[in-house]
Write a protein of this length. Sequence first.
Length: 480
Amino acid sequence: MIRLRLRIARTLLSTGILGLSGLFASCGGGSDDPAASAPGATRPDESTAPPALIEKTPATEPSEAQSELELEPSADAPVAEKPAADASATDVAASQKDGEGGGRRKREGISPRGGVARTPRAEARIALAPGEPSQHSFGKVRQGVPVAHDFQLVSDGDLPLRISLVKPTCGCQTHVAIVLLGADGSRTPYAYDQEIAPGTRFTLETKSTTEDVIGPFNSTMQVFSNAKGPPFALVLTGESEPYLIARPEPTFSFGQVTTASVVERSVTVASTHGELFRLRLVNDAVLSLAKIELVPVSPDAEGRSAEWEVRARLGPNALLGNKHWRVVLESDLPRESHGTGGAPAFHGIELGLDADVIGAFRASPTVVSFGIVRPGQPADAAAVRIESVGELRFTNEMRFEVEDQADQAFRLADLLEISLEPVEEGRVAELKVRLKGVPAGTQGSFGGLMKLHLAPPEVEPLVLRIYGSAREDAPDDGGR
């Protein structure tokens, strides 16, 4: 109130209406004269103020000072806030009547100061029907058995919903469709991009196949629409139980073997529910690498069994290299679907066959070289170190063959002396080859292939190349 009085006095003083003594009186300072403050007493400035000035400020016309007072109330006075220009009287009354703060104002779109808040933009929305989960599990189902589930949804926005696509993430989905549900129980198939009115319930129908699925599976239906945000997601899960299983693992693991090795592995194939069945090998190509044998365990009179022992035998002379082969087996248990052209289809199982096949021997160098020799002159080749990679051990016994190169005028085998000396407890052998001398008049290169039979007859021989060159002017150093 003191601030308000000071402002009034300052304004009246500037217009000449109020004197200094009046100024102190208006500010609450008062006068020392008791008469001045008595009721009905005349103040000194009132008798001396010019009548003209007093007449210029009639009570019926607000002065500039009074206008300014109305615009700027004191800090102690309560402030009545004005509603926004677009606020209705009902909105303002509701905002003032709301005793719970911003909760009701927020719900009704009214600002905390009584005006109308920014209205949320109307939009389309898709939501699950009450009590409907966004994920469904089929649990454990038998391979090949079709499964189905319907998701219950609702158009939950302020604007009509338009669905443009439902995209499953799994190729096992055989049917996806939307059906609109009427209040009278009617069912209307939905076509993409049609409008679904707010509040309308609808069903997303799904059907899945487990024909080519083994083990856990997961499929997510992505519903693309005009609703704000990412696609609406619905999830289907389950586990497909196969008709046939392999124990302990569906793979023949041979690891690293040599061409001289003979290794066997076995896998048991059984039906999961104990059904009797026959079994046959589908891909015969694997027989070029290994021998496959199918043996029924406790078969019935027709040769059908609930378990089969599948044996794979590798070697000797398995194909060199790191091998990964498929062993495809088929039973006589029928599948739900049919094969090509409507032919019957049967449940089967695929096994793997892994082997790293290396040579039984490792030679260094791999060439028997005599260098340049003079015709008729003996020469010794550099010794070749041969190592047994597997369990074979060398002895002095050895058989060799020599194949001459094309158009060679003499038999090289008749001119060679070969010896094999085992060392390091038979794990290594040194091959020494001596050339007795090529016939006189021989000019140019000569050679061929040497095949050393160092293991049992069924094992492929070690092959080395023989090389040399004959010249009349060759130095007399025995080919070295």
